[in-house]
Design a protein. Structure first.
Length: 270
């Protein structure tokens, strides 16, 4: 039997014929963690629905599951990750963290960056496993190495977070956190660009750089990060009125109450 046949045979045993519907409302902790991780099948140009749309609007979740199951058995790594993600969260049918872990690892070993990221989320939140920042970081690194820039933001956050489980061996390292934010910024992640710009602007664990800070913040603001536009407005308020007004109004367009207050104060001073 070929390796591919072995994988299909294993999947047929792992994937049940029917899902187990939710019979009770999820508890508060389960609701809180229902949105961790990410599916592979996102809406793209020319497509009307993402997987989330299909799940949220489905009148028959069993049919959606059978479609995903069929895709997975046909060799779709994306469907394999998506099934693992759904069973990890337990929002659409009853959670099964052990099954989720098996499916995600199978997808990860076939190169899925999303599956590596989801494994990191499982260890970070302790969904069916013990909380382990060390294991979460290892999975996030794999996700980043396979092209997921957003995983750098998760690593940056992780290196700034105090360990919650004694004995995990995790060490807070703000300098390492900055390096991960910088890697993500260089890959184009908007959140990472904000974090780098913010630290350079305020000298948080790095030297202040008044030239590089606005550069990264502007890239983040253009991508829709409201906090970046706010920081730029505050920064330029005393040194460049034209750029101040531009970023103040941009922050307002992004929903900033701080920038709206700044505009009202400007009008009162006239």
């Amino acid at each position: 039997m070929s390796a591919a046949s072995n994988v299909v045979s294993l999947l047929e045993r792992l994937l049940p014929e029917r899902i187990v519907a939710l019979t009770t409302r999820p508890r508060q902790r389960e609701r809180l963690f229902a949105g961790v991780g990410m599916p592979s099948q996102q809406a793209t140009l020319g497509e009307r629905f993402s997987l989330l749309d299909r799940l949220d609007e489905a009148s028959d979740l069993q049919q959606v599951y059978l479609d995903l199951r069929g895709q997975a058995l046909s060799g779709s790594v994306a469907a394999l990750n998506d099934l693992g993600w759904i069973w990890l969260n337990g929002k659409y049918w009853r959670a099964d963290p052990l099954l989720a872990s098996h499916l995600l690892r199978m997808a990860a070993l076939q190169g899925s960056s999303a599956a590596w990221f989801n494994l990191g989320q499982q260890h970070y939140f302790g969904k069916g496993v013990g909380i382990s920042y060390s294991k979460a970081a290892e999975s996030y690194r794999h996700a980043f190495e396979r092209g997921m820039a957003h995983a750098a933001a998760a690593l940056g956050d992780l290196f700034e977070e105090e360990v919650v489980e004694p004995g995990d061996g995790w060490q807070v390292d703000p300098a390492e956190a900055y390096q991960w934010f910088l890697r993500g910024a260089q890959r184009g992640d908007a959140r990472c660009r904000f974090e780098v710009g913010y630290r350079l602007l305020h000298g948080l664990h790095v030297d202040v750089d008044d030239k590089a800070a606005p550069y990264w913040l502007e890239l983040a603001a253009v991508a829709g990060v409201m906090q970046a536009a706010e920081e730029l407005a505050v920064h330029f308020s005393a040194v460049d009125s034209q750029r101040y007004l531009h970023w103040r109004d941009q922050a307002i367009n992004l929903g900033s109450t701080l920038a709206l207050t700044m505009k009202m104060e400007d009008q009162l001073q006239r």
